[in-house]
Design a protein around this ligand. Structure first.
Ligand SMILES: Cc1ncc(COP(=O)(O)O)c(C=O)c1O
Length: 282
């Protein structure tokens, strides 16, 4: 991976990446029973780490997996971020090796990886997502669990069809979210985005973009929207920790231009990150 020491912290102990392992008896490995977070470090500082760690702890509580103290996790995250500069910092909490006593030998793993190449715009293929909450609550709705298989498969089928990623669509043609991002669009000057109550992840980037848009005087409507609504949009964008906010230039056959409001939100988001982290904006 090059440059920084990409050592992994396992329960706080540094381990070389190639030696970092989890037991094959851990239900994190066997069943995807665990939770995780993906954060972005800018010049060694993580944007909204408190929010990410709170969401991690909430996910672990939904799974009934005990966690170490959030302040300890925050220290481990800071440790990896400050050694890595611009990076993706992830935290995983595994279910442990005894399903009868959740958390037995559970591992809290903190990794840092170089940022992936991030394109300037995306094309999306609508994909039906029968596994998604889609507005029906279960005990794990809103939890960021390690069971991401269906999301990964949706991205793979979109790529196989020549698109950059999938856009998950619910049973009544509802626009949901992406496998790893939230979606929003501009229609007649109004920012519309699927409501959290519809079972989408409470995206930390989406919350920040809503703040930026509100500050810019843009009206925001969170609701339940069908795909036809997206077809009426003037601009479409994705929001996620790693991608920040990126314009969408196609959803299936419908083409869009990377528009001025998306650009304004992009600049506003970068200003917000720089202000919160005390960075000098290039
Ligand atoms: C399903 C899903 N929706 C939305 C997001 C975006 O969330 P955030 O902005 O907190 O990264 C993610 C991030 O991984 C995700 O997995």
């Amino acid at each position: 991976m090059g440059a920084p020491p990409w050592d992994v912290l396992i329960n706080g102990e540094p381990v070389a990446p190639e030696a970092a392992t989890v037991s094959v008896f851990d239900i994190g490995f066997q069943r995807g029973y665990g939770c995780f977070e993906g954060m972005r470090s800018y010049s060694g500082r993580v944007f909204r780490s408190r929010e990410h760690i709170e969401r991690l702890v909430a996910s672990a509580q939904s799974l009934k997996i005990p966690t170490v103290d959030p302040s300890v996790i925050a220290g481990w995250v800071d440790n990896r971020a400050s050694a890595s500069g611009d990076a993706v910092v992830r935290v995983f909490v595994t279910g442990g090796t005894n399903p009868a006593i959740l958390g037995t030998n559970s591992k809290t793993i903190v990794t840092a990886e170089p940022l992936p190449g991030i394109p300037t715009a995306l094309t999306l293929l609508p994909v039906r997502a029968p596994w998604h909450s889609d507005g029906t609550d279960s005990e794990l709705t809103g939890a960021k669990t390690m069971s991401y298989g269906p999301n990964v498969a949706a991205t793979q089928s979109a790529k196989a069809a020549g698109f950059d990623d999938a856009l998950l669509v619910g049973s009544h043609n509802h626009v949901l979210e992406g496998p790893t991002y939230s979606i929003g669009w501009i229609r007649q000057g109004v920012l519309e985005t699927p409501a959290l109550g519809h079972g989408i992840l409470a995206s930390i980037t989406r919350a920040a973009i809503v703040e930026v848009a509100r500050g810019a005087g843009i009206t925001i409507v969170e609701g339940v929207f069908v795909m036809d609504r997206l077809a009426e949009a003037d601009e479409v964008f994705v929001m996620s920790t790693v991608r920040e906010i990126l314009p969408v230039v196609a959803v299936g056959d419908r083409r869009y231009l990377a528009g001025p409001v998306t650009n304004q939100l992009q600049m506003g988001f970068r200003d917000l990150v720089a202000a919160e982290l005390g960075l000098v904006r290039p």
